[in-house]
Design a binder for this molecule. Structure first.
Ligand code: ADP
Length: 193
């Protein structure tokens, strides 16, 4: 069983690659973004509270996302967990280390997906335009404005995790500018077949 983190800026393709890993390796994707969006649609107090923060592109509190992750970890996984969009801050990273430790689980690899900023903004704006054209719901934070905030949040609060995991010895970097298939191959190579 392998547990990994997909680390990278918004629009890097973490979700896409996580889906591949779910299919090919029977892993369990834990996306805090998806969990928070689900909480919004359920209309709970927590959902309402986070909706505005997310639409703006800011990070929700550590306490909320750590709580969500704790619940899901307790459900267990056969093929291992893929942390997608979590941790996003140093306190979240420390909390994850503690949770995994308590459960006797190990973090095997942190895969950093590197993509240039201009490409990220372009991807997200295109994703929104395509969804709109297809009559599908558009994410409230897939606007150029919110994307700029999301990127700033990433650089200020999440990018220090690159150094954190490098120091721990489990950081691997890949080129996320490649095609989806090439990126997938890079990840497969890191994870071994
Ligand atoms: P993306 O990676 O494309 O930015 P996500 O779906 O991972 O999108 O996250 C969307 C939003 O959800 C974030 O901008 C933030 O508001 C919130 N969010 C998701 N994960 C976290 C987290 N670990 N900590 C704080 N906020 C989070």
């Amino acid at each position: 069983m392998t547990n990994i983190i997909l680390l990278g800026p918004p629009g890097a393709g973490k979700g896409t690659q996580a889906s591949h890993l779910v299919e090919s390796r029977n892993m369990t994707q834990l996306s805090t973004g998806d969990m928070l969006r689900e909480a919004q649609t359920s209309g709970t107090e927590m959902g309402k509270k986070v909706a505005a923060i997310m639409a703006e592109g800011k990070l929700v509190t550590d306490q909320i996302v750590i709580g969500l992750i704790r619940e899901k970890l307790q459900e267990g996984s056969e093929g291992g967990f893929i942390f997608d969009g979590f941790p996003r801050t140093l306190p979240q990273a420390d909390a994850l280390a503690k949770l995994l430790d308590e459960m006797g689980l190990k973090l095997n690899t942190v895969i950093e997906m590197q993509v240039d900023d201009e490409v990220l903004v372009e991807r997200v704006v295109n994703r929104a335009a395509e969804a709109k054209a297809a009559g599908k719901p558009v994410r409230a934070d897939d606007t150029a404005d919110a994307m700029r905030t999301r990127l700033m949040e990433y650089y200020k609060k999440t990018s220090p995790l690159i150094g954190y995991y490098y120091a721990k010895g489990n950081l691997q970097r890949i080129d996320g500018m490649d095609t989806i298939d090439e990126v997938r191959k890079s990840i497969d190579w890191i994870m071994g077949s």
